[in-house]
Write a protein that binds this ligand. Structure first.
Ligand code: NAG
Ligand code: NAG
Ligand code: NAG
Ligand code: NAG
Length: 171
């Protein structure tokens, strides 16, 4: 009895470690557009985006003055010309805090209407398919903004769970 219980606890511990490692490798990122400056006229968003990688499953978070700006997705032509007459998608919800899920591997073109696109409030990001191979960074480096790509983690967790189940039965 004691032996079985010890084995179960070891299994749980190993499973917990495996989950922590997997989660750290597949974490998604929520980017606050413009960093501390947010979504406004004092940031060049081409420069803000140029050293970043955006992966399928990441998010853009727009923080701005809800009485002035907005968040509109347009196509490439309209991004270049700042035409907001026919947005592909209006992401504005009214609180000045809008989230755009980057859930398709493609280019996203997002501008503010009300004339602010002409003042530089325009952002183009290229969303890439998968994160790079895991680096040697410590597990604890996950930032509070990170969330997990459940669609990848869950099947892996089930697979490991099934393996342990089989192992314990056999034992
Ligand atoms: C963007 O939309 C406008 C208006 O619907 C259209 O004229 C233009 O060709 C589109 N550009 C692209 C790259 O799809
Ligand atoms: C976008 O949606 C918001 C909230 O529904 C609405 O107030 C605003 O008028 C819309 N803007 C455009 C350009 O469609
Ligand atoms: C991406 O997210 C949008 C908004 O939540 C949703 O409408 C759309 O169906 C999603 N697309 C995919 C491929 O998951
Ligand atoms: C942002 O910086 C890039 C690179 O220096 C420049 O080409 C672009 O015109 C700038 N955009 C704005 C809106 O000032």
């Amino acid at each position: 009895m004691e032996v079985v219980r010890g084995g179960m606890m070891a299994a749980v511990a190993v499973l917990a470690c495996a989950m922590a490692v997997m989660m750290s490798e597949v974490e998604a990122t929520k980017f606050t557009v413009g960093g501390n400056m947010g979504w406004g006229t004092n940031v060049n968003y081409t420069i803000w985006a140029q050293d970043k990688h955006f992966y399928n499953g990441d998010w853009l978070f727009f923080v701005y003055d809800r009485n002035q700006m907005n968040v509109l997705e347009v196509n490439k032509t309209d991004y270049e010309s700042c035409n907001t007459d026919h947005p592909l998608k209006n992401w504005t919800r009214g609180a000045g805090r809008d989230v755009v899920p980057l859930n398709v591997t493609r280019h996203y073109y997002i501008v503010s209407g009300k004339g602010f696109c002409y003042s530089g409030m325009k952002l183009a990001v290229r969303v890439e398919n998968s994160p790079p191979p895991p680096t040697a960074s410590p597990i604890t480096s996950a930032s509070p903004n990170s969330i997990y790509r459940g669609q990848i983690v869950l099947p892996a967790v089930f697979a490991i769970g099934a393996l342990w189940d089989a192992f314990i039965r056999f034992w």
